[in-house]
Write a protein that binds this ligand. Structure first.
Ligand code: G6P
Length: 752
């Protein structure tokens, strides 16, 4: 027994320890150094081309002291995800212009080389930065220097990944080398080494006869090839920011990267409701940001969407498997309806989801209510939907896209039955801080449920951070902050931010009535003169949307600028929502009373400062109002993203109209050219509305143009594409690890 143990350690453990030591102390630093040099070279090139691009406008703006234009120029450049800060110093070394992110400690004292240009790596409390300094001259006269700082934190993350890969790779190599050494002594070393070199060089595909891989190495070859493929995939993801995402591109991605994989979506709200009306059965689209966003993705990817069948004629329109092809006019995917009893709907949807989780996550000063009976229904309904997912899945490793706070438990339930499934859960609403979340009596269960996901997505990095901190507070897990992963029960969950968006309108709304027609018809319909100033608000009648604060801002604006009385009206579209709940009924009553009070104060003759349309509007009619408006008001008290802001921008190919946007929406993190307000600060919002309706056309155009190009690029296909690419990457990593684990087990058995 002793000699056997000794043999094992000599043949197996010792070489393993040796190679791990070599990889940790020699190879990893070498690879680190190499990757660092690659990335720095890449950043050098990026900095150089950006400095060249900024040169001309700066030569014009700097001598003219055009601060605003320089700020706008810098803001536009800052859309590059990796660019951290920009500054401009004059020839005397005074810091003249900078972005808010520019580190104070950096100042203008960044060293310059003899060639007048210099790139250097600087470590500040904010993190590692790549700083490049380029001189700016005009007709031979030095104007100063342009400093560009790129964020290098991603290199550190990548480097951590690389370390893991290299060590794993070397461990596997060692295992196999030990085996090969012991059992296949006759194997020609030269042949072996040259084969390995070939594989590592990425020689994928048929190779010349004399280089064929010895059979003993074949399993390793497969793993290495997959590793290389994975690296390529990752590189592609990184490089993808510059390409426009389209439905075709999403479809191709799905087929190439998730070949043969099926997509299942689960959400509470269904994309199409069949309603019984006096004119027969009619199809309705719900007022839901989630549905607006996910529907175009499903059209592109096909698959099955599982949702609660809540329309009055839903049961009459499904087949015997409760399925119906949708969109009804031009089917592209399957809607599978799940039926809920009144009690289930009451406890799971109205109770736990909308009286508990919704106020809990929004922190909009409505107290969450938690009842055990609601929780029981929530658990039961999550299980019903999880069963439906398992039933609908045709393979054992489908891609399941779980939507929102109605299904926090479902990811783990599906994972238990389909361990190989790729489960992407997207949380469409904010995630609160750990203290606030701690109120929930079933906080551990909710977190455990969500950690059944492969990927857990939020709109903003801030919500990801809140989630990770919450998990850290309430569960025993291993958290890798740099990689943003949580390991729980041996399974890894990637927590990432994926800002949601909309499908950019085809042909820039060429099929819609023109902006001029919309302006004229909406004004005419409401008895307003052609030059009447119009504001628009579009929301569900929900206490998180800041509708009361919005009306107060309009009232305050009319107080401060009485010349606008009779000249400005806000049309508020408010789709009724969750109306059987007390909070929503109270809110509805408060909104109506406020409208009445403000209208009593300022209306005269035909004129009303606020027109409340508390009814469902279809997408076309909402677009008509967007196009007719001078200003769109989005004043949510807290909102995951808010797609109304993006829809308004997409509706305005005339590049006119101003967006007033709450700082508490996810959208405010992207749409910097909107007039950003704190909706709780009524005066500030009133000023913003006034500024919007008096804004010169040129400024409107500049702001709108810039926001339009952003929303067009960062569209819904990119949102889904990034998640699916990440899923493809994780699936591959999982497959490699499984294969490696099974090879290692087999090899170990043989050695022992
Ligand atoms: C928010 C939620 C969605 C929900 C929508 C409409 O956007 O994140 O999940 O569908 O509100 O609410 P409702 O309760 O009518 O589905």
């Amino acid at each position: 027994m002793h000699s056997r143990l000794l043999r094992l350690s000599l043949r197996f453990v010792l070489p393993l320890a040796l190679v791990l030591g070599v990889s940790a102390y020699v190879v990893v630093p070498l690879v680190d150094d190499l990757t660092l040099r690659w990335f720095v070279r890449d950043l050098d090139t990026r900095s150089q081309s950006l400095a060249n691009a900024l040169q001309d406008p700066l030569q014009e703006y700097v001598p003219a002291g055009a601060e605003k234009k320089i700020t706008q120029l810098f803001d536009r450049a800052m859309r590059d995800e990796r660019l951290y800060a920009i500054a401009f110093c004059d020839a005397g070394g005074n810091l003249l212009y900078k972005t808010s992110t520019y580190p104070k400690s950096l100042g203008c004292n960044v060293e310059k080389g003899t060639d007048g240009k210099r790139q250097s790596l600087i470590r500040l409390p904010e993190g590692a930065l790549h700083v490049s300094v380029s001189p700016l001259e005009n007709e031979g006269r030095s104007l100063g220097t342009l400093i560009l700082a790129h964020d290098m934190s991603f290199i550190e993350r990548r480097s951590a990944d690389t370390k893991n890969y290299v060590i794993t790779l070397f461990a596997v190599l060692t295992l196999l080398i030990s085996l090969v050494t012991v059992f296949i002594a006759h194997l020609s070393w030269r042949n072996w080494v040259s084969s390995m070199k070939g594989i590592l060089r990425g020689e994928i595909g048929p190779r010349p006869q004399q280089q064929s891989t010895p059979p003993e190495v074949l399993p390793l070859e497969g793993d290495l090839r997959m590793l290389l493929h994975e690296f390529n995939l990752e590189r592609r993801t990184r490089d993808d920011v510059t390409h426009l995402w389209t439905p075709e591109k999403l479809r191709t991605l799905l087929h190439e990267e998730l070949a043969g994989d099926e997509v299942l979506v689960v959400s509470n709200r269904e994309p199409y409701l069949h309603m019984r009306t006096r004119n027969g059965i009619e199809v309705q689209r719900p007022a839901s940001g989630l549905v607006t966003a996910v529907e175009p993705v499903m059209r592109a990817c096909s698959g099955t969407w599982i949702a609660h069948g809540s329309g009055s004629a839903d049961r009459d329109t499904v087949d015997r498997f409760d399925r119906v092809p949708v969109p009804p006019a031009n089917p592209a995917y399957t809607l599978r309806r799940v039926w809920l009893t009144k009690e289930e709907e009451q406890g799971y949807y109205y109770g736990f989801a909308n009286e508990g989780m919704w106020p809990l996550c929004h922190i909009a000063h409505v107290r969450p209510v938690f009842r055990s009976s609601d929780w029981d229904q929530y658990v039961a309904v999550n299980q019903r939907f999880a069963d439906a997912v398992v039933k609908e899945a045709r393979t054992d490793d489908p891609v399941v896209l779980v939507q929102d706070y109605h299904f926090a438990l479902l990811p783990r339930m599906v994972r238990n039955v389909l361990p190989k499934a790729t489960i992407i859960t997207f949380w469409h609403i904010p995630w609160p801080n750990p203290e606030s979340f701690g109120i929930c009596p079933w906080r551990e269960e909710i977190l455990e449920g969500l950690l059944g996901s492969t990927i857990l997505g939020f709109h903003t990095p801030f919500h990801c951070k809140n989630f990770i901190e919450t998990v850290d507070r309430y569960l025993e897990t291993r958290i890798e902050h740099e990689a943003s992963t949580i390991s729980y029960g041996g399974k890894l969950t990637q927590v990432e931010h994926y800002p949601i968006s909309i499908a950019w309108p085809e042909n820039d709304n060429a099929d819609k009535p023109s902006v001029a027609e919309c302006r004229a018809s909406v004004r005419e319909e409401h008895g307003m003169p052609a030059d009447h100033l119009l504001g628009i608000g579009v929301d569900r009648l929900d206490y998180t949307k800041g509708i009361i604060e919005r009306f107060q801002a309009v009232e305050r604006m009319l107080e401060l600028h009485p010349n606008l009385i009779g000249r400005f009206t806000l049309i508020q579209i408010a789709a009724p929502s969750r109306s059987s709940l007390d909070e929503y009924q109270n809110f509805d009553a408060r909104v109506r009373m406020l409208v009445q009070r403000i209208n009593n104060r300022y209306s005269s003759g035909n004129y009303q400062p606020i027109i409340l349309k508390a009814e469902h509007h279809d997408a076309d009619s909402v677009i008509r109002y967007y196009r007719a408006a001078d200003v769109c008001l989005v004043t949510s008290l807290h909102d995951g993203m808010n797609l109304v802001a993006k829809e308004f921008i997409a509706a305005r190919e005339d590049e006119r109209g101003v967006l007033v946007l709450s700082q508490f929406t996810g959208a405010a993190r992207e749409l910097h050219e909107a007039l950003i307000v704190n909706p709780y600060h009524i005066e500030q919002s009133a000023d913003a509305v006034y500024r919007a309706v008096t804004m010169p056309d040129v400024e409107q155009r500049e702001r709108m143009r810039s926001m339009r190009s952003l929303v067009k690029d960062f569209n819904i296909y990119r949102w889904a594409g990034r998640m699916l690419l990440d899923a493809a990457r994780l699936r591959q990593r999982e497959r490699i690890m499984t294969k490696i684990r099974s090879h290692s087990r087999k090899s170990l058995r043989r050695v022992v």
